[in-house]
Design a binder for this molecule. Structure first.
Ligand code: ATP
Ligand code: MG
Length: 472
């Protein structure tokens, strides 16, 4: 397509602009000139020159005016477009040097002719074919007749126009403008279209070679474009990488329980587990492992739905104090069994728009973790507080704590600081914090964590008091 590229659009744009501006200018000039002043005056002054020289010749001549004028015309013929006439005081044409070539002029408006002749000025007159003539006139010295020197208006217009220095200048300017606009188009192409073309070429390499980045250079817009494209390319790579990681993480996590299920069921089948006790133990392990797997798959599904924004929040005005109290009650026995003090200090809390079920899941996991990783005799404390902007709920324990290195990873899928503990812990999967963070994120909040190895850990959930958008 002709306007398919930036360059051709530039060319077309400048072309149209040039033609429009110059065309409008020229049209205006033509109208102005044709109507009056410069051109008219130029014609008149030429006619006046002819008239004056004829008058002079007639005045010097001893013969009658007609003969004097004729003699002067013969001696010094004016331009072929100039028509010389003599008209009597009553409007009768006595002499017309173009009588044979042109139709007669209409002198019905005698008064106008007389006035022009008397003032030696100029005027317009129509011929029998209604064409306009410009004329000047003067009284002849030796008679009552009037000398008329005329010239057709239209005929003269174009010719005079091209001979006029001003018009010639205008044409030169037009040609110059056309050249300038061509040069401008080329420059603009260089300035605008070329960087974009180059950018498009480079953007093409993003798709073909993995990890490629576009150099950030050139004009501001292409730099911004390069940055945006690079970001996009990184995002795409990250999401591809996380997809690969996900598949390998999940298959790795499923492998362990599957291996033991397979091992123990084989033991039953091939008779390695021979006694009823051994068979029973094998069956128990198989049940436990398959339960663990089922739990993990369910948690993965939850996580996928949360991350994919499929799962929407069911927002209700929520009394966080009651919610936390419920969590504490649910885990009280658990804490007691681990000989950990579970303390909950709740003062008045403002209501918050939240999904109570999902928030409960968050705090259940945080408190459960705190109990799980705190040695007997320790303490787990829930302390919520609120200000004008947000509610903060801190879950602090006096447990083993974590190193900075672990803190950076605990929110990752399946990450558990002590992997060997996992087998003993039975059904824990390392997905708890990942899910918790996702739920809090859906509430437009954040989870922060601070920990000192050997001294304890504090997780803090920040929930903004401005309500989150449902499910977004
Ligand atoms: N309060 C804490 N003190 C020390 N370590 C913690 C604490 N909370 C979490 N962790 C560490 O972070 C890891 C991840 O926690 P997360 O809740 O995600 O998984 P999990 O509790 O092991 O398993 P799940 O929650 O799925 O049952 C834990 O395994 C543990 O190593
Ligand atoms: Mg947990």
């Amino acid at each position: 397509m002709m306007t398919g590229s930036l360059r051709s659009r530039l060319w077309l744009g400048y072309g149209i602009l040039t033609v429009l501006v110059l065309g409008a200018f020229l049209l205006g000039l033509l109208v102005t000139l044709n109507g009056s002043t410069v051109l008219y005056r130029q014609v008149v002054s030429q006619l006046q020159d002819v008239r004056d020289s004829l008058l002079l010749a007639a005045g010097e001549s001893a013969q009658s005016d007609v003969e004097g004028v004729q003699a002067a015309l013969a001696q010094n013929p004016p331009a072929s477009s100039v028509r010389v006439l003599m008209v009597s005081d009553s409007g009768e044409v006595l002499f017309d040097d173009k009588a044979a070539a042109e139709v007669s002029l209409n002198w019905s408006r005698l008064l106008a002719l007389r006035r022009v002749a008397y003032q030696e000025s100029s005027g317009l007159v129509r011929d029998a074919e209604k064409r306009m003539w410009i004329y000047t006139a003067a009284k002849l010295p030796n008679s009552q007749s009037i000398l008329v020197v005329a010239s057709r208006r239209q005929n003269l217009t174009l010719r005079f126009m091209f001979s006029d220095p001003m018009i010639r200048l205008v044409f030169r300017v037009m040609v110059l403008a056309a050249v300038v606009s061509l040069v401008l188009t080329l420059l603009m192409d260089r300035w605008i279209a070329r960087p974009i073309r180059r950018m498009a070429q480079r953007a093409g390499t993003l798709a073909t070679s993995e990890g490629a980045q576009i150099p950030v250079e050139g004009i501001k817009e292409t730099r911004e474009l390069a940055i945006a494209l690079n970001q996009m390319s990184r995002k795409v790579q990250q999401s591809q990488q996380s997809q690969r990681d996900f598949v390998s993480d999940v298959s790795h996590e499923l492998k362990t329980p599957l291996t033991s299920i397979q091992g123990f069921s084989a033991a039953i089948l091939d008779g390695t587990a021979a006694t009823p006790d051994e068979v029973r133990h094998s069956a128990e392990v198989i049940t436990a492992e398959s339960q663990r797997m089922l739990g993990m798959v369910n948690e993965l599904l939850t996580l996928a739905r949360l991350e994919g924004r499929v799962e929407k929040l069911e927002l209700h005005p929520t009394d966080l104090a009651a919610l936390l109290q419920g969590v504490v009650e649910k885990l009280a026995l658990n804490a007691k069994r681990n000989h950990v003090d579970l303390i909950c200090q709740i003062t008045g809390l403002p209501q918050v728009m939240a999904d109570p079920e999902k928030l409960t899941q968050v705090f259940l996991n945080l408190v459960e973790n705190a109990i799980k990783f705190t040695p007997p005799g320790g303490m787990v404390k829930l302390s919520p507080e609120a200000d004008a902007r947000e509610i903060r709920v801190a879950v602090a324990d006096t447990g083993q704590g974590m190193t900075q290195e672990d803190l950076e990873k605990i929110f990752n899928r399946f990450y558990q600081v002590d992997r060997s503990r996992k087998a003993g812990a039975g059904k824990s999967t390392g997905l708890g914090l990942t899910i918790a963070r996702e739920i809090v994120r859906l509430h437009n909040g954040t989870i922060t964590v601070a920990s000192t190895p050997g001294a304890g850990t504090t997780f803090t959930v920040h929930l903004p008091l401005t309500p989150p958008q449902t499910g977004k």
